[in-house]
Write a protein that binds this ligand. Structure first.
Ligand SMILES: Cc1ncc(COP(=O)(O)O)c(C=O)c1O
Length: 402
């Protein structure tokens, strides 16, 4: 008689802390779609779901690379012309003391590699709350406990420096700063960056400066790289093609390590060891990096025009809708409105999918401050679609809580 395995194959217990609410909600949306409804996806920060297009000259660069036979493995750190272009861009942003540059499968893989290369069991890194869930997912995978610092809603979602200081322990190795921020849209001032750098200096921390939205600035602020104000501090600055260059599906991101060479050397060696073990990032897509960073930036004019108009519409709705308030986003394409409701934001968001066919992400999916309720909205759709979505959200708020 043939043997059949009957005992359940359990997943690793450390995965219990892996949450990715942004995509987890999709299961509910699938059910609604199966019933014949169209769900508006305001949950995923993908501009290509809406009226944005990858710049043509970048598509041509990738196509040409494929036709030219650039279809084998690439060097583990990335092709030379891309690495040079990333270095050049970092220097234009005022980053000096650059010790390493590497290309990865999106910033997601940079984060995965950089955290894995740094952390031993029992150590921790400071991550923002609310956060972009990639960080907590990677930490869960590594079996590292979360240590979060608060972003202060009453201070335009700036990092709460007192809380950062309070949370640093002898086991803390790094701090994550997402600027411009996902999910809040906040942008840090030079003073804030200097204060974070000073804490890193004093406590021997690495700073992970996630600047993937650095060209999507909606007000007059200038985007300042943290590494540019602190050349002596060990910083890994993350950037990529997904947002600034409208090509998230290409899975191209990078890291730039800066700081004192003697201090960062062992860490850079560790990162490269891991980079080699995963072979390389997508090869032909890397040929779009140089034309992206050094070629015409015309697409950004229309992208920013659309985003500003859609941000303004979002704020107008937030300011005029009962139970809703919101800090105005200054960068990226997310708003994180607060909602004053007598039940959890998760229940509200699920109801919104089922009843109104609009998908946003609940604030609890981002590890928000206990006792508060929010949702994150992606304000990428055109004005007409957004206005319709906002009317539906207002309707549900009225129907459920009046
Ligand atoms: C703050 C932040 N970091 C990293 C990522 C991941 O980007 P990538 O597509 O380069 O993996 C995202 C994607 O939404 C993000 O918002």
């Amino acid at each position: 008689m043939p043997l059949t395995q009957t005992r359940e194959i359990s997943a690793a217990t450390r995965l219990q802390n892996v949450r990715y609410a942004i995509r987890d909600l999709a299961c509910i949306a699938d059910e609604v779609t199966k019933k014949g409804h169209k769900v508006l996806p305001l949950n995923v920060g993908d501009p290509l779901n809406f009226d944005f297009e990858t710049p043509k000259h970048l598509i041509e660069a990738v196509y040409k690379a494929m036709k030219d036979g650039k279809n084998g493995y690439a060097p583990s750190s990335g092709i030379k012309e891309a690495v040079d272009a990333i270095r050049g861009e970092a220097e234009r942003k005022g980053i000096t003391n650059i010790q390493d540059v590497f290309v990865t499968s999106g910033v997601s893989e940079s984060v995965d590699v950089c955290l894995a290369a740094l952390l031993n069991p029992g150590e921790n890194i400071l991550t923002p709350a609310p956060d972009y869930p990639l960080y907590s997912a990677v930490l869960a995978k590594l079996g590292i406990d979360l240590n979060t610092y608060e972003l202060n809603e009453d201070d335009g979602w700036q990092p709460d420096l007192l809380d950062v200081s309070r949370k640093i322990t002898p086991q803390t190795r790094a701090i994550v700063l997402i600027n411009p921020n996902n999910p809040t849209g906040a942008v840090c001032s030079r003073r804030m960056l200097e204060s974070i750098a000073e804490l890193a200096r004093r406590h021997n921390l690495v700073v992970f400066a996630d600047e993937i939205y650095d060209k999507l600035i909606l007000d007059e602020d200038e985007h300042i790289s943290l590494a540019a104000v602190a050349p002596d501090v060990p910083v890994v600055t993350f950037g990529g093609m997904s947002k600034n260059y409208l090509a998230p599906g290409w899975r191209i991101g990078w890291g730039v390590v800066s700081g004192d060479p003697a201090v960062v050397k062992p860490y850079v060696d560790g990162i490269n060891r891991l980079l080699r073990s995963r072979l390389c990032a997508n090869h032909p897509e890397q040929y779009a990096i140089k034309p992206a960073l050094e070629g015409p930036q015309d697409h950004l004019v229309s992208v920013l025009k659309k985003l500003r108009s859609r941000r303004d519409l979002t704020m107008k709705w937030c300011n005029s809708t009962p139970r809703v308030s919101c800090v105005s986003p200054r960068g990226a394409f997310y708003a994180f409105p607060r909602i004053d409701i007598p039940e959890s934001d998760e229940v509200f968001v699920k109801e919104l999918i089922v009843k109104k066919h609009v998908m946003v992400v609940h604030g609890s999916g981002f590890g928000q401050k206990a006792g508060t309720q929010h949702f994150r909205i992606v304000f990428l759709p055109d004005e007409q679609t957004l206005a319709k979505a906002y009317a539906s959200i207002a309707d549900l708020l009225r129907e459920r809580y009046q």
